[in-house]
Write a protein that binds this ligand. Structure first.
Ligand code: UFG
Length: 324
């Protein structure tokens, strides 16, 4: 298929582009390079542009005949979204609206959307399945949920099929070491732990130790990047036989606290990682753990990285290489 990957220069998008290309698809990447990296575009054709630029989108769809669109372009930091909600609504909601309108004009009918566990807000169950209420507690989650609602309505009115994949915490790197997670500034837990492991002058900031969790730190469900990408491939195929707007949760179903991840990282890196206690970060729910039974049943998704040590090892292999 001829596939447009919006945000294909970013962490998740670049892994997706690699997997799509390896599966025989032709890929065009549309990315404004605001958080993505030109160096991460090693496969496919890059078009530098912004989803807020409707003329650029019109041109992109006029010059190409896409069979499907995958959308990874979004502002995605919970804390930043609390401080700067306008930027989030503009980029994530208006940007996606522009993209869907360009698809509608060009009669492109398949869409895979990067949604988020952040659409659920504070969990009311130990594991979050698709029936869990969606009640975001931060603007980031709100923007993702708004798009899910748009997709439901576009499917009903215009026959645009979509699969929204609600990621829990994406982690790790492609085992080839060619691409990995690189944000600037880095706000994610695992890269920050690994940076503290690499640099004796750095300490990990632990945001909040008074959460209602076993050790007081936030618990998250870490899912390997290539397992996430595999689910996207399956989602594309799912739309061959299923019309409508679908949503699936993607996680390993196991939660790890910040201290547990830090301990596991010490095993992988072989050294002690220093930390300092800091205040809670605004917008963080205490626990987010997925129930991915539906994705396994419907998409036939089979995650390969179920061991947190293995996930951390792929991240470590990549981070270590960045020093040299
Ligand atoms: N944390 C620290 N120190 C750090 C970085 C993070 O203590 O240096 C804490 C956070 O406060 C949080 C946990 O580690 O409690 C995980 O934080 P991340 O920033 O790694 O991930 P988030 O859970 O905030 O968010 C990620 C994605 C979101 C997505 C969410 C869904 O960035 O896009 O997972 O679970 F919505």
């Amino acid at each position: 298929m001829n596939i447009l990957v919006c945000g294909g220069a970013g962490y998740i998008g670049s892994h997706m582009v690699k997997m799509l290309t390896a599966s025989g698809h032709i890929v065009t990447i549309f990315d404004n390079l605001s958080t993505g990296h030109r160096e991460a575009v090693k496969w496919g054709k890059l078009v530098v542009g912004d989803l807020l630029d409707e003329a650029a989108l019109r041109q992109l769809f006029a010059e190409n005949s896409f069979d499907a669109v995958m959308h990874f372009s979004a502002k995605s930091l919970v804390g930043e979204s609390v401080a700067q909600p306008a930027m989030y609504y503009k980029n994530n909601v208006i940007g996606t609206f522009n993209l869907l309108e360009a698809m509608r004009a060009a009669d492109v009918k398949r869409f895979v959307f990067s949604s988020s566990a952040a659409t659920f807000g504070n969990p009311v169950a130990d594991r979050i399945d698709e029936n869990h209420p969606q009640a975001p507690i931060n603007p980031y989650g709100e923007t993702k949920l708004m798009v899910e609602h748009m997709l439901r309505d576009y499917a009903a009115a215009y026959g645009l099929s979509s699969v929204s994949l609600r990621y829990f915490n994406a982690a790790g790197a492609d085992p080839s070491g060619e691409i990995g997670e690189a944000h600037d500034p880095e706000t994610h837990l695992i890269p920050n732990i690994l940076k503290a492991a690499l640099d004796p002058h750095k300490t990990l900031k632990v945001f909040g130790q008074d959460y209602p969790t076993p050790d007081g730190t936030c618990v998250r469900d870490y899912i390997h990047i290539n397992d996430l990408c595999q689910a996207h491939l399956l989602a594309l195929g799912y739309m061959d036989n299923n019309d409508g707007a679908f949503g699936f949760n993607l996680g390993n179903g196991q939660g790890f606290s910040i201290f547990e991840i830090n301990n596991a990282a010490e095993c992988v890196t072989g050294g002690e990682i220093q930390y300092e206690s800091c205040d809670r970060r605004p917008g963080d729910p205490p626990i987010l753990v997925a129930d991915a039974t539906l994705a396994k049943k419907e998409l036939k998704w089979r995650p390969q990285y179920v061991d947190i040590i293995e996930i951390l090892r792929t991240a470590w292999d990549w981070h270590r290489k960045q020093l040299f």
